[in-house]
Design a protein around this ligand. Sequence first.
Ligand SMILES: Cc1cc2nc3c(=O)[nH]c(=O)nc-3n(C[C@H](O)[C@H](O)[C@H](O)COP(=O)(O)OP(=O)(O)OC[C@H]3O[C@@H](n4cnc5c(N)ncnc54)[C@H](O)[C@@H]3O)c2cc1C
Length: 477
Amino acid sequence: MGADGDSYDLVVLGAGPTGENLADRARAGGLTVAIVEHELVGGECSYWACMPSKALLRPAAALADARRLAGTREAVRGQLDAGAVLKRRDEFASHWKDDGQVAWLESVGVDLVRGHGRLDGERRVTVETPDGGRRTLTARHAVAVCTGTRAALPDLPGLAEAKVWTSREATSASSVPGRLAVVGGGVVAVEMACAWRALGSEVTLLVRGDRLLDRTEDFAGQLVADGLREAGVDIRLGVSATAVHRADDGTLTLDLSDGTRLPADEALFATGRVPNTADLGLATVGLTPGHWITTDDTGVATDVPGGWLYAAGDVNHRALLTHQGKYQGRIFGQAIADRAAGRPLDLAPWGRSVATADRTAVPQVVFTDPEVAAVGLTWRQAEDAGLRVRAVDYELGNVSGAALYADGYRGRARAVVDLDRETLVGVTFVGPGVAELLHSATVAIVGEVPLSRLWHAVPAYPTISEVWLRLLETYRG
Ligand SMILES: Cc1cc2nc3c(=O)[nH]c(=O)nc-3n(C[C@H](O)[C@H](O)[C@H](O)COP(=O)(O)OP(=O)(O)OC[C@H]3O[C@@H](n4cnc5c(N)ncnc54)[C@H](O)[C@@H]3O)c2cc1C
């Protein structure tokens, strides 16, 4: 309980990675903070998203890497031990228990209120507690909505009754389906197709559009499609599901837009996300239930007068990634503390800057085989934004560090150069083991490092990072 009964300086709705970071920063800034959580402290990321999905994918990548080298190839002739992979995944998901994160909240002095929270007018939150009770929390300064998203399902005949998989089941399933249909062509779809194929499922990927990963450079979707096909995934482009039926014996049938039918044991619908705002009392503060909450760069909800309502993380739709939600959590939490203390914004650790990187330099890794690691704008996005740019491409297989990393290494890098400033606005790497290269590109973009300076950032020989030198040489011509 706060110093003053159920009144706190700040009430945070949702204890996912964003809410936790925002609460921590505001508390460190001197505020009393309550955080309301109706499921598990740690949010989607810890239990049904980043952690379990990457725990499923990592063994597949390690095995694929071993298969790419003469010498180790001979040592790994078998398949993944699915039971062991699922067991390790369970550990990374903390067995779907949040004791560790609850203890962390206690250690930083944030009060946890279990239950479903709803806004109830200005600076008030009501919580339906698990014992059927009700608590009203009053916020002296601010309420921060950090309630995240959930899977969006299309309105298809039979879908609700068929009990299809969403990302939750795809990341937490305890056995490997014989035949898995995956609907979607985005990050969740391709990652889960990759993981479950490696674990032994026969996977069919149904993609409405004509390519995978349509928010990345064209070649990224192409190389990932090649990798999935080589692994045995049946990719069908330009096809969508029109109806789903589950028979009494448990078998699913998907009716497809091309007139065919697809039998499966499970079907994952990875068809987008919707904000968790439908049952949040948004109407009591003049917002529309079910909509994203728009904010300024300090997190203030722009459509609510008074500047007391903040929204951070997935729910504000700026960048639906854990690291960006945590970034906002740090900056917005500090802004709330500064405003509560009546100080001018003192975002000193961040160069007094409000959140900008969640618009201009969002890094993302797609952990498929090959991996896609991208930050900033694609060439097309940069052109659409009116920048005068040049795309500089280099085949990663020609880099000695990459050739050493894998026999017959296949991959590509692209740097998008802003010709007027001679800085980078976007970088994409595709290939095995490129994920850890990405931060170098993020630093170059956020730091607006001139290309003339990048020549002095000499990559260690022989690493895949040598691609930086090759990109600069290719640009210079
Ligand atoms: C399969 C999958 C894989 C992903 N992999 C990655 C990855 O590798 N890297 C990455 O950066 N991102 C990844 N993401 C995205 C990442 O999961 C989200 O960006 C991140 O979880 C957002 O954090 P958040 O705190 O904003 O929301 P969430 O994690 O969704 O947390 C919101 C919290 O609010 C709670 N809540 C909601 N409504 C209420 C209410 N009314 N009252 C009380 N509590 C409430 C929820 O129970 C939840 O705990 C992945 C997503 C998916 C689906």
